[in-house]
Design a protein around this ligand. Structure first.
Ligand SMILES: [Zn+2]
Ligand SMILES: [Zn+2]
Length: 125
């Protein structure tokens, strides 16, 4: 947990992520809290929670920004990891493996984003 001051709004957002390791899209979060806070408040809180290391973000296949919590120290240690998005139910989660950024001569690579898509355990039949 980071240093972000736990206002009522911050708490409400954090509760969404508690006890589940699935990611939430910004659009879904804005929709969920539309009666409690406006769009820019949701964006601001998400940015703060990402800055202090509570959440991390990635871009899903629909171009939306998704947020997921660091649920354990183990996951935080993973650092760079791929994300999985189910083509059927849309469930999106962190995968518990690390990615090594390859070294490419003459390129200074800082980060990588890998999105894997397919069917999740629940949809695979
Ligand atoms: Zn699924
Ligand atoms: Zn993740």
């Amino acid at each position: 947990m980071g240093i972000t001051r736990k206002t009522k709004s911050v708490k409400a957002l954090l509760e969404v992520f508690e006890g589940c390791n699935a990611a939430m899209s910004t659009t879904a979060l804005i929709e969920k809290f539309k009666h409690q806070m406006n769009r820019s408040t949701v964006y601001r809180i998400l940015e703060r929670l990402e800055d202090d290391g509570t959440l991390h973000s990635f871009i899903g296949k629909d171009g939306l920004k998704w947020y997921a919590p660091y649920t354990s120290e183990q996951q935080e240690e993973l650092g760079l990891h791929p994300h999985f998005q189910c083509e059927d139910c849309g469930k999106t989660e962190c995968l518990p493996i690390s990615i090594q950024i390859p070294e490419v001569e003459a390129y200074n690579i800082n980060t990588a984003s890998i999105l894997l898509t397919g069917k999740c355990k629940d949809c695979e039949d």
